[in-house]
Design a protein around this ligand. Structure first.
Ligand code: PLP
Length: 398
């Protein structure tokens, strides 16, 4: 018996982005003059907004002066940061107490760290196609992953199946990679299921800022009863261009209890033991992003990405290709034309039109035959890429 965590040996190798890089590199080596356009970028490209930059500068000045210098930070988050998050939720009718809000270094960190609340062997439900970290983090923890495939019939946002047995459920809306969103009614069905079964929902709201339809919840806590069965993980990465700056927040309601224990109290204990928090500078930057002024500036950046989504959706509409996403998400999930597999379409798009996207089969078996396009590129490149995409789809569909 070894002391080392051999669950790491159970992880499947991820070939998705490595293969994309290899194929793209080989193409460029053979065609050095090609103008490659990327609709596969999963990272923001616009810089931090002025309100955030000003807050960062001013926080640096605070740290440079004896009177305003701050040492160790409160592990769970400064009051000013938690209040800024609470104000954002209040705008959509969700009342949060400061103690329910925890600062984080981003959604990825907390999606992994939260698993420390559960015993090894926990059954974790992952709806596929899925953000790959859900499965891998659970495998590393020695949990049992229950896969629930989704598809066009359920709009890539399935309801709990009648015979479902799971302790923890990941819901990601707006979704990466499909761009699909959960309606109020569908989320309410998951909340009811979780309450009846004593399960716990981890709601990944990393893309909530992209929601533009009034009937689509941005937070699971807009659903009555969710505070007794869910935690929410959120991030400023895509909302405010913080992918390289790193700041987010996690909501753990006071009412949430499992096994006779307060999950909020457990998370406080976890944070105060396992982290020393997020830097003063970043919490100032995060609070500035969440301020009225900061959010107004962030919305200008989001409008650029949304403009890109519109251009791609118009191209797909023009050639009659099925897709979802784009309206409330920075991702568009299209069916590969001409019955091609995900990788076959990748190759055609690269070789015939010099456009790079992401094969859907890389996000789970039920993603085969689909393809993910992202909207984080420049408007100029996106327009050109959409034109090339449309041209190829029209050719393949004949
Ligand atoms: N959740 C989803 C669904 C994502 O797509 C991503 C990043 O792409 C994350 C979480 C991680 O975000 P962060 O940058 O806050 O760690």
């Amino acid at each position: 018996m070894t002391y080392i965590n051999t669950h790491y040996a159970e992880l499947e190798q991820s070939y998705l982005f490595r293969t994309i890089d290899q194929k793209t590199g080989a193409y460029l080596a053979a065609n050095p003059d090609a103008r490659l356009l990327r609709l596969g970028i999963g990272d923001v490209t616009l810089p931090l907004v002025p309100a955030v930059v000003a807050a960062l500068h001013s926080a640096v000045d605070d740290q440079a002066s004896k009177e305003t210098f701050r040492g160790y930070v409160p592990e769970v988050g400064y009051g000013f940061f938690r209040q800024a998050v609470a104000a954002r939720y209040a705008k959509r009718g969700v009342a949060l107490e400061e103690g329910e809000i925890f600062v984080s270094s981003g959604a990825s960190d907390d999606l992994g760290d939260l698993l420390a609340l559960f015993n090894p062997g926990t059954r974790a439900l992952v709806i596929e196609p899925a953000y790959p970290a859900y499965v891998d983090a659970n495998v590393m923890s020695g949990n049992t992953v229950v896969h629930l495939p989704s598809g066009e019939a359920d709009g890539f946002a399935p309801l709990p199946p009648a015979d479902l047995e799971a302790d923890v459920v990941y819901l990601c809306s707006p979704n990466n990679p499909t761009g699909a969103v959960y309606s109020r009614e569908k989320l309410a069905a998951w909340v009811e299921w979780a309450r009846e079964n004593g399960s716990l929902i981890i709601f990944d709201a990393a893309y909530e800022a992209f929601v533009s339809s009034d009937d689509v919840p941005r937070s699971i806590f807009e659903i009555p009863g969710a505070k007794t069965c869910a935690v929410e993980v959120c991030s400023l990465s895509k909302t405010a261009g913080f992918t390289g700056t790193r700041c987010g927040y996690t909501i753990v309601p006071n009412e949430l209890e499992r096994g006779g224990m307060s999950v909020n109290a457990m998370w406080v204990r976890n944070r105060t033991t396992k982290t020393n928090g997020v830097s003063y500078l970043l919490q100032r930057a995060g609070a500035a992003a969440l301020s009225e002024e900061g959010m107004a500036q962030c919305r200008e950046n989001l409008a650029v990405y949304k403009g890109n989504a519109k251009v791609i959706m118009e191209a797909l509409d023009a050639c009659g290709v099925w897709y979802c996403g784009g309206v409330n998400a920075p991702y568009i999930w299209m069916r590969c034309p001409g019955g091609l597999t995900s990788w076959e379409f990748f190759d055609e798009l690269l070789e015939q039109e010099q456009v790079v996207g992401t094969p859907g089969s890389g996000f789970g078996a039920c993603g085969e035959g689909y393809f993910r396009l992202t909207t984080f590129g420049s408007p100029e490149d996106t327009r050109e890429a959409a034109m090339r995409l449309q041209r190829l789809c029209e050719k393949l569909q004949v």
